[in-house]
Write a protein that binds this ligand. Structure first.
Ligand code: DX5
Ligand code: ZN
Length: 226
């Protein structure tokens, strides 16, 4: 299982240094949490395409950047994130009316397509899209802020996606990646890896004042037996 940082708990005034520290520690994928002050329950605003463009320019082309869009109008605005340098756009199934058209538009622009579902949303909402998706993201907290507690009840959902993706790959289909986001730390990383997660988003477990990113990543990797 790979780890990608969420920057929500970072000191934004020194974001460039923090991200360079992450890359130096071996991170090659950055997760950007976009909130528009409207869609998430606590009405948070985080950042938009301008910051993503700066991060892309600072880190260069080698790092993968995904944009987790917690916004109301992803169908109309995804292009801004692609233009800013996102390799992948991950939109919420609960927020998009016509998801197949969004996937088609993203692929038409050579952008990878991800679909994310909230803890309360059933897997059925996403299963019919699986063959076209580059990534499925299972939220293990209610989206809105970093530093929340992990919700273990998402296990059945993760395992259902793992089985479906494995069956899809065995039938010669797309190797859709499976991601989890929210409350992942060194103490539960091995558990979600065992459930079948490919990529874990880690925010406060990686970027905090207790230790360096390299030390935190080292603890997670040790828990994963790496
Ligand atoms: C929640 C975000 C997550 C979250 C991760 O809305 O999508 O990426 O901030 O942070 P931690 O790891 O602190 O839960
Ligand atoms: Zn996220």
């Amino acid at each position: 299982m790979e780890v990608t940082p969420s920057i929500l708990t970072a000191d934004f005034s020194r974001l460039g240094e923090t991200l360079e520290e992450a890359v130096a520690a071996g991170i090659d994928w950055i997760h950007m949490d976009v909130m528009d002050g409207n869609w998430v329950v606590n009405r948070t605003i985080t950042f938009g395409p301008a910051l993503i463009r700066s991060v892309r320019e600072r880190l260069g082309p080698e790092v993968t950047i995904d944009c987790h869009l917690m916004i109301t109008n992803a169908e109309e605005t995804w292009e801004q994130y692609a233009d800013a340098g996102a390799d992948m756009v991950i939109a919420h199934i609960e927020a998009v009316d016509d998801f197949p058209s969004l996937i088609e538009a993203l692929h038409g622009a050579n952008v990878q397509a991800g679909c994310v579902l909230n803890p309360a949303t059933p897997v059925d909402f996403v299963m019919s899209l699986l063959s076209e998706l580059d990534l499925v993201l299972v939220m293990s907290v209610v989206p809105g802020k970093g530093g929340q507690s992990f919700m273990p009840e998402v296990e059945a959902k993760v395992r259902a996606f793992r089985s479906a993706i494995d069956a899809q790959v065995a039938a010669g289909g797309r190797a859709t990646k499976l991601m989890i986001d929210g409350g992942i730390k060194d103490h539960n990383a091995a558990m979600v890896a065992e459930w079948g997660i490919d990529i874990a988003v880690v925010g406060s477990g990686l970027i905090n004042e207790r230790a360096t990113i390299a030390e935190n990543l080292g603890a997670i990797n040790a828990a994963l037996g790496k």
